[in-house]
Design a protein around this ligand. Structure first.
Ligand code: NAD
Ligand code: ZN
Length: 621
């Protein structure tokens, strides 16, 4: 059986003129494609068939085989048909001129179908790949295909097919990849047949075969390719050549430049949409309706403290197959908890959800952010603890705080306890897409908890304002939040309603302040307590902070005044029965956060903050 590859190459491309002659790491795109096809060693011969003298000459120049097409053609198949008319070949594979990384795996798969028992029935073979993202499924530029039990194509469409009337039906979606292996007779027949009406309506060439009763066998391939459709694709392709096979195309351009986590000027994303005000929570249904993707559910994550709270539950409108999960926040969020949740959601729903909605305190905010990230990023949550390790955009996620102070609703991190450390997933994809700030939701918070979480905000400000990373951006937000905290926790003039609204904004400003700086000693030590003793963040910070007079004298003095004024209890002597091993682990966790120490004490922090020093501070708590 003689198998050849044909690469149709038109010079004009409506979206990106002259793209095949653009430079791809030293050679034109079309030459790269030609060489890649040769390198697969699957073909007896490889040709470029073109309408352009420039491309023709370029291929000849590099020793390749090119054919000038003599006629105007509407599509690549026609161009190929004209070229092979007088050739003695059995199978003709079209390789896209703008796919310089056409993988051997895909081409092999499409050729393999001619070795099967049903080979005699096949007129044409092509490729498909399973897709899960609703945006892609609904994108008319992405051609979907449905197949019969033997993987023969039933229909191709730009509409999402099949239509999923039954939400619970187990449906897979396949994207058609434009690689074909034709029997020569079928190709020549295709060339002579007039265009069909469905083909004309959808503008999908291969429908013509179906309209004339031909059999198209589909092979499944999951190898990622990169088509050069836009100048940006070309840039990515150039990066691919530099980074090799492991390069992930979804990495954004900014991230390639490896910005240091604490470099002085950072380009970071902020929450793009936020609504504030008493009662604004009622807008939730309308906000979500605009983001709903057909049958893909919204997943609501609620603190289980609201299990019987109808004021809140009544406003959470569940539609279609939306899911509501109550989550205990007795313990702080853990990486394996996120992994379990993501695995369950993926097994229950075939499609990516329309979005994740978190309703609760800092714990729920962080869980919602982490789940949204892990829905589109492989592996485990622990793999992403650190700075800028997340590769793919998270799914749509909404944060609705019901207690104020952490700033998690606005921050670029989601703090998780992992197998070896407590550390955030700090990335450009972490921040919420939408935040709903309704002070009314914070109404039922118990007094001590109100203080502990409120103090998280105050302590964030103290650490940020006294840190070495401070700049005018951080300072302006930090000062405002600091003043608001003083007003809320030290003065008597505010009504409860005013306090709720102001603390909500203090939390927001505190979170913004840290976006451009860092927290400091209280947080480093508090993370250690949390890791070893399970002490929750807000209360842990309070326990630690009262021992930090040496580092934050003014802040600690105000804090002590607030404790008296608010009549709250701060636990004491929680470390008194710890073993040396536990102290060691606590110190390890605290020291595993260099940016926090550097912010607090400067670059030479290691000479100031020794293990002994930390040990003696912990032993007093
Ligand atoms: P939390 O979310 O654990 O909530 C504290 C308690 O308040 C819980 O028992 C909860 O059930 C209850 N609660 C919340 N809203 C309530 C309401 N309206 N009525 C009655 N009870 C209510 O605690 P938190 O202090 O908000 O958050 C702490 C977590 O946030 C920690 O895990 C910490 O690591 C994280 N954090 C994250 C960031 C970030 O930027 N991502 C920043 C700071 C803290
Ligand atoms: Zn904090």
């Amino acid at each position: 059986m003689k198998i050849i590859a044909m690469i149709p190459a038109r010079y004009e491309a409506s979206r990106f003129p002259g793209k095949l002659m653009k430079d791809l790491d030293g050679k034109p795109v079309i030459v790269r494609t030609y060489e890649a096809a040769i390198a697969t060693a699957l073909f007896d011969e490889v040709y470029v068939v073109t309408d352009s003298e420039i491309i023709f000459k370029e291929i000849e120049k590099c020793g390749g085989k090119a054919i000038m097409s003599t006629k105007e053609h509407e599509c690549g198949s026609d161009r190929i048909a004209e070229a092979v008319e007088n050739m003695d070949v059995d199978i003709v594979v079209n390789v896209q001129g703008d796919e310089p990384f056409t993988s051997k795996e895909g081409l092999e798969k499409v050729l393999q179908v001619y070795n099967g028992n049903d080979a005699h029935k096949i007129d044409l073979a092509s490729l498909m790949t399973e897709i899960h993202d609703w945006e892609e499924i609904n994108d008319p530029n992405c051609v979907k295909v449905i197949v019969d039990k033997e993987n023969f194509a039933i229909y191709f469409s730009r509409s999402p097919i099949p239509f999923q009337r039954d939400e619970k039906a187990n449906v897979s979606y396949y994207k058609h990849k434009g690689i074909y292996a034709f029997r020569k007779e079928a190709l020549m027949e295709f060339y002579r047949l007039p265009k069909g009406s469905l083909e004309a309506a959808e503008k999908i060439e291969c429908i013509r075969y179906l309209e004339y009763g031909k059999n198209i066998k589909m092979a499944i391939s999951n190898s990622k390719g990169i088509e050069i459709d836009t100048p940006e694709d070309l840039l990515k392709a150039n990066q691919f050549l530099r980074h090799g096979e492991d390069y992930d195309f979804s990495i954004t351009k900014e991230r390639d430049k490896k910005i240091e986590p604490n470099s002085m000027c950072r380009n970071f994303p902020m929450v793009p949409k936020v609504v504030f005000g008493e009662g604004c929570f009622t807008q939730l249904a309308v906000i979500l309706d605009a983001k709903r993707k057909s049958n893909a559910p919204f997943i609501f994550l609620l603190d289980d403290v609201f299990e019987n709270n109808h004021a809140i539950l009544d406003k959470v409108e569940l539609k279609n197959n939306d899911k509501l999960l109550f989550i205990s926040t007795e313990k702080e969020p853990k990486t394996d908890q996120i992994d379990r949740m993501v695995a369950e959601l993926k097994s229950e729903f075939n499609l990516l959800p329309s979005g994740i909605i978190g309703i609760g305190g800092g714990s729920i905010m962080d869980i919602a952010k982490a789940v949204a990230i892990l829905m589109t990023n492989k592996g485990n949550a622990a793999d992403y603890q650190g700075w800028d390790l997340v590769k793919n955009k998270a799914i749509y996620h909404v944060g609705i705080p019901t207690i104020s102070g952490t700033g998690s609703e606005v921050s670029r991190t989601t703090v998780l306890n992992g197998p070896v450390k407590k550390l955030g997933i700090n990335s450009d994809f972490t921040p919420f897409d939408q935040v709903i700030l309704d002070p009314k939701l914070t109404k039922g918070v118990p007094k001590n908890q109100w203080f502990y979480t409120g103090m998280d905000c105050f302590i964030h400000c103290v650490e940020s304002l006294n840190g070495t990373f401070l700049n005018a951006f951080s300072q302006s937000y930090g000062e405002k939040a600091y003043e608001l905290c003083k007003e809320i926790f030290l003065h008597e003039s505010l009504t409860e309603e005013e306090s709720r609204a102001k603390l909500m904004m203090a939390s927001w400003h505190g979170g913004m302040s840290i976006a451009y700086s860092q927290v400091g000693i209280a947080h480093a030590l508090s993370y250690g307590l949390s890791y070893v003793l399970g002490v929750k963040h807000g209360i842990g910070n309070c326990i630690v902070f009262s021992h930090l007079e040496e580092y934050y004298p003014e802040g600690v003095a105000l804090f002590n005044e607030m404790i008296v004024k608010q009549q709250v209890d701060i636990p004491k002597n929680i470390c008194k029965d710890l073993t040396e091993d536990q102290f060691d682990t606590m110190i390890d966790v605290a020291l595993s956060l260099p940016p926090l120490w550097e912010n607090a004490l400067g670059k030479e922090w290691k000479s100031i903050m020794t293990r002994d020093k930390i040990r003696s501070m912990y032993s007093k708590m």
